[in-house]
Design a protein around this ligand. Structure first.
Ligand code: ADP
Ligand code: MG
Length: 296
């Protein structure tokens, strides 16, 4: 007869080991996901830095010009004040002479040109500062991803701010077409969804050798929102289609791919009770379609 108690002990010992191993795996998995996020953030940081650097560069140069202009205007104002007091206290006969002098000063200091250029420089600088502000806002949209509370969000706005962040990676390789549908707000973690959109967009860019097209479409039916990202890239071989959502599955070189983007995306979409599908033709391109149930 078998000793049931011993059996049970062996079983529970084994189960404990299994549980420990599982907990360890979960920890490693979440560390790897964090690493993938860091890798893609690192890659994007260069692009974002470039996007910020450009407006900051011309804002600085405009401020330098404005500083020179303000010195010239102050010099002119001083000279003008002196002339005005001369007008007040001098002899009547000299007035015409003084007025001409002021006009000459104004012309020599190129005041008319300065005035016109100043308003151009200020307008341009404000636009540049606005661009920097928007990039920073978009970045905040990503860092907010840790928030667990789900708020009603505009998916189209999320995609648009994600596009702003990956724009630098995208613009040299692909023409981007946006077809945003009229979709309702839905309760979701937009920061996390933005990471999904970023992964899909980055994969689309990376699938294109040079000069392709990326199309983003959104639409809604009764209960769902759909987001489709299509590219005219290399396509995915049939035998890989079942594996691309597996953690660590990558066909990219070491350093450029971690194989975690789609697996992370899959998890995020699953947490939102949605799904993600892929259609692909070798040499023609791929379309990833995300479905999210609308929750108000
Ligand atoms: N749009 C796409 N076009 C072609 N292949 C793709 C596309 N998206 C994903 N893949 C394939 O799926 C693999 C896994 O993607 P992902 O999980 O994002 O990891 P990574 O991009 O780091 O390789 C990629 O290495 C690539 O082979
Ligand atoms: Mg990827």
């Amino acid at each position: 007869m078998r000793d049931l108690n011993t059996d049970r002990e062996v079983l529970s010992g084994g189960q404990r080991e299994l549980e420990e191993a599982y907990a360890h795996l979960r920890k490693v998995h979440s560390q790897m996901l964090q690493q993938d996020k860091m890798a893609s953030i690192g890659q994007l940081a260069a692009g974002v830095a470039h996007e910020i650097n450009n407006p900051v560069g011309f804002i600085m140069s405009n401020l330098n010009s404005l500083q020179r202009y303000s010195c010239r205007i102050m010099e002119f104002l001083d000279a003008q004040s002196a002339a005005v007091s001369e007008l007040m206290h001098g002899e009547k006969g000299q007035r015409g002479e003084i007025a001409k002098k002021i006009e000459r000063l104004r012309q020599d200091a190129k005041i008319d040109f300065i005035m016109e250029d100043m308003s151009k420089l200020i307008k341009e600088s404000l636009e540049g500062a606005e661009r920097v502000k928007n990039i920073v806002l978009d970045l905040k949209g990503f860092s907010r991803s840790e928030e667990s509370e789900l708020k009603p969000n505009d998916i189209n706005a999320g995609i648009e701010s994600t596009i702003n962040i990956v724009w630098n990676e995208l613009k040299y390789k692909a023409a981007l077409k946006r077809h945003y549908g009229d979709i309702p707000l839905t309760r979701c973690n937009l920061g996390q969804l933005n990471q999904v959109f970023m992964n899909l967009l980055m994969n689309a860019v990376q699938a294109i050798k040079d000069n392709g097209e990326i199309t983003v479409r959104t639409w809604a039916d009764g209960g769902n929102i759909y987001i489709a990202v299509s590219d005219t890239g290399c396509g995915i071989p049939e035998q890989n289609l079942g594996r691309i959502f597996d953690p660590f599955f990558t066909t990219k070189e070491v350093g450029s791919g971690t194989g975690l983007g789609l697996s992370m995306s899959y998890d995020i979409i699953k947490e939102h009770k949605g799904d993600i599908k892929v259609e692909s033709r070798m040499g023609e391109g791929s379309t990833f379609t995300v479905r999210l149930p609308i929750t108000s």
